[in-house]
Design a protein around this ligand. Structure first.
Ligand code: AMP
Length: 435
């Protein structure tokens, strides 16, 4: 099938051509005609499948018909994270460059006044995180009467972050006569409930088996110990032909320390997590996209939906505590038909989380040593161990690196606290994290 067969008009087809897309992806093939027919849609699709274009292209087509009035947006896209919202806005601009549509990005961490001004001029589409949207609505800055299309993107992530009550609230505030599109990588019972309650006879579209990793990503596990972990990571980075990589840590303090450590060792590494100011997060992401930064050390705030072309590697410095996150993390590589390699550092303390990941993806991940040789035991060689000891004796900065020992205060932090911290909600903190 070609894009020309999907019912999109010439200005949009030209923008697609400029992006270099030849053929629609499966989700685009299935979603676009249904959205253009004004159907509600439930799309079971992961990031990396082209789902953003799957809903933005037909939205641009539909919205091209009219114009927004002041403070009365015509459509709303809800995104769980600021980064994803920014990316959707970017895509909207790219695909809609030949159509005169206006958009407003409503996310925490950015000036509310500017966002209000843009809305006051009239925005065809609002792209928002739920917290900031509710905040602006409650201050009386948005009139919802004209909203004809609602998109709930990454609904499963919304669920993980405790945003479902906010989503329910927003759905209840919007005019009932509207088109609703919901996208999710998995269909948890809470999301199913949401679709039953707020969507009307939706067309269900599924494009990839849930929770499977892309075939284009080769996956490896390296057995390591908390002490030698960072040295093993460095050795793998040296061995592999790393063009650019996401390095995921579970905790933001480890994001900071690992990134400092790698920087000190001469790598173009930069940290990204939810405690950083939004402008800093944006600059870091742009630097990574441009290639100025080659190693992006991050928390799961970057795990979903962040789209950077040609990422060669993903390193799970920590085994994710939430198995779903593994699939999302490694989905940062091997995108749009490219190949990628995903490595995960596993200590004996991680076996429970590793088992959950392997259960979710339905197979065991290949265990190799740090040189990539098949090795079920895969312990660092004695020589390597010795080197590590020597190295750690040399540098006081390395001695300060944290290991897996946590203080009792840190231990008492719950998963919720950690997730809230990772995600850096700022004024978007959902109720889930507050109790
Ligand atoms: P998404 O799943 O929306 O995050 O998109 C994943 C990647 O696929 C992005 O880099 C898009 O630019 C790219 N993409 C989207 N549609 C197509 C297409 N039809 N052909 C090639 N690449 C695409």
């Amino acid at each position: 099938m070609k894009f020309e067969d999907l019912g999109l008009s010439q200005p949009i087809l030209e923008a697609i051509k400029d992006c270099g897309y030849d053929t629609p992806t499966p989700i685009q093939e299935k979603a676009i005609p249904n959205i253009l027919m004004a159907r509600d849609v439930v799309g079971l699709a992961q990031t990396g499948t082209g789902k953003t274009a799957g809903f933005t292209l037909p939205m641009i087509e539909i919205l091209s018909e009219g114009r927004a009035k002041a403070r009365m947006p015509r459509s709303l896209i809800l995104s769980p994270t600021r980064e994803l919202a920014m990316q959707i806005a970017e895509n909207f601009g790219t695909y809609g460059k030949n159509c005169k549509l206006s958009k407003a990005l409503l996310i925490g961490g950015s000036s509310m006044d500017k966002q209000i001004k843009i809305m006051e001029r009239g925005a065809d589409v609002l792209i928002a995180t739920p917290g900031r949207f509710i905040d602006l609505f409650e201050r009386g800055n948005i009139l919802l009467n004209d909203i004809k299309i609602l998109v709930i993107d990454e609904a499963d992530r919304m669920l993980d972050m405790g945003f479902i009550p906010d989503i329910e609230k927003i759905c209840s505030l919007l005019p009932p006569m509207r088109q609703t599109l919901l996208f999710s990588a998995t269909m948890a019972p809470e999301i199913k409930k949401l679709t039953t309650r707020f969507l009307s006879n939706p067309k269900e579209i599924e494009v990839s088996p849930k929770t499977s990793a892309a075939d284009t990503v080769e996956q490896f596990i390296v057995r390591t110990s908390p002490k030698s972990k960072k040295y093993d990571l460095e050795q793998i980075i040296k061995n592999e032909d790393v063009r650019n990589a996401f390095v995921f840590c579970n905790r933001k303090r480890d994001v900071d320390s690992l990134s400092s450590w790698l920087k000190n060792r001469g790598y173009r590494a930069q940290a990204m997590h939810g405690d950083m100011a939004q402008s800093q997060r944006s600059d870091t992401l742009n630097g990574f996209k441009k290639g100025d930064i080659t190693l992006l050390i991050c928390s799961d705030v970057a795990g979903r939906g962040i789209d950077v072309d040609n990422v060669s590697h993903v390193f799970n410095y920590d085994v994710p505590m939430n198995a779903d996150d593994y699939v999302h993390r490694i989905g940062r590589t091997g995108r749009a038909g490219q190949t990628g390699r995903a490595w995960m550092m596993v200590t004996k303390y991680d076996d429970k989380f590793l088992a959950a990941v392997e259960k979710l993806i339905g197979n065991s991940i290949k265990v190799v040593d740090i040189d990539g040789n098949n090795s079920p035991e895969a312990k660092p060689s004695r020589k390597e161990k010795k080197t590590y000891v020597n190295k750690s004796n040399k540098s006081s900065a390395q001695k300060k690196m944290p290991n897996n020992k946590t203080s009792s205060r840190q231990k008492s932090k719950s998963y919720k606290d950690d997730m809230a911290d990772f995600c850096g909600f700022g004024d978007d903190v959902p109720a889930f994290f507050k109790n």
